[in-house]
Design a protein around this ligand. Sequence first.
Ligand code: ADP
Length: 447
Amino acid sequence: MRLSLLGKLLFAFLSIILTVAVPVVFLNWRTSTREVQRFVSEQERDQFITEMTAYYRVYRSWTGLPKSVERDFPNGPPGGRPAFSVLDTHGVLQLPLGPFRPGDRLPPDQFQPRTPLLVDNVLVGEVVTDNHTFALSASEQALLTHINRNLFLAIGGACLLALLLGALLARTFVRPIQQLMQATKALAQGALGQQVAVQTKDEIGDLARAFNQMSQDLARSTQLRRQMTADIAHELRNPLTVVAGYIEGMRDGVLAATPARLTVIYNEIEHLQHLVEDLRTLSLADAGELGLQPQPTPPALLLERVADRYQHQATQQQVTLEVAAPDALPFLLVDEERMVQVLSNLVGNALRYTPAGGKIYLTAQTTGDNITLVVQDTGTGIAAADLPHIFERFYRADHARQGDDGSSGLGLAIVKSLVEAHGGGIHVASTVGQGSAFTISIPRCKM
Ligand code: ADP
């Protein structure tokens, strides 16, 4: 049988309530019955003692007692009540009691405890009680039933209330779990971005929060994956169309295979190779499998290597490329080749967007526990609307420029992944018409 969580909780509550209530009811019922019996018995015994004491005070002996009692109770003592009798100081029974007759000696262990009978502080005998034949009168029984009924009602009411409160509590536990279950089912059926209300600050609230985060991440990564697949297809289409067009023309004899046309084909293939290499770097970074080999590296060395690489191109574009990095800076614990790749991407971009007469500065400095490397240019700058997106894959601020200059739109995404793989971060500040500054901060090498 499949019992719901609510059913299980209610069953648990009911079991606990019954485990507590049943013994309580039983014990109370027994105690109240015994107490009422004891109370009645004691009252009657006190009455009996008073009568016997009065009798002894008058006659100074127990000899005539049986006759006197016979006279007072011709029908015998009321049936079923506790029967009392008197033992004289020699232990001889004076009134019939159970199976014993007057004149019998009672076995010492029978009808205990016994109550001493004192007249003027002198022991004149003992009162013995036979509780075995004891039964309550109708009115006493009614009183006991009344007490017991109220007791049962009180305990039953408390159980019902406890069960009701338990059910309410169980519902508050179960409702968010049911919501989570529904959202999870919907998620499993492909409805991404499910969110549930976080109503409590306990473990269930934490679970709801974790679910919301997971669902949001899943939706985002699915969206990114779809976008990425579409972007890759888009990036591949242009060069492939160009290459296919030229080769088709040459195959059909419509176009001659001139060096210029072959160069176009070659450039497109090179662009494809570049794209594939970038994608590979990104996927390695995503999987955390870049295989970085961090070595203590002077920041100035990194900047100079990159500057050397681009100096010629900068001169040709009439752009000044300057490095400003104090030699005394602490070392960086980085993979030198990967960091050169990062800085090359940034300088390559800067050269692409900086017109003739502009400047590119490469600087390094210490900022707290970090070393910051800055690539600053006096180029076109980036519009504020594009700034939050430029590190996204395949994002190009200039939408018209679709990789026709060899760019893949993956450069900054790779830069960000590589910097983060080194435990660092990157941010950009830019003003349209004035230029951009990309600042990388990486923890300094502690040696
Ligand atoms: P791409 O390969 O197209 O350059 P990136 O990821 O390197 O792709 O850069 C993303 C976009 O950011 C670029 O298309 C460009 O619009 C903008 N960008 C990057 N660097 C600069 C810069 N130094 N100056 C102006 N715009 C820049």
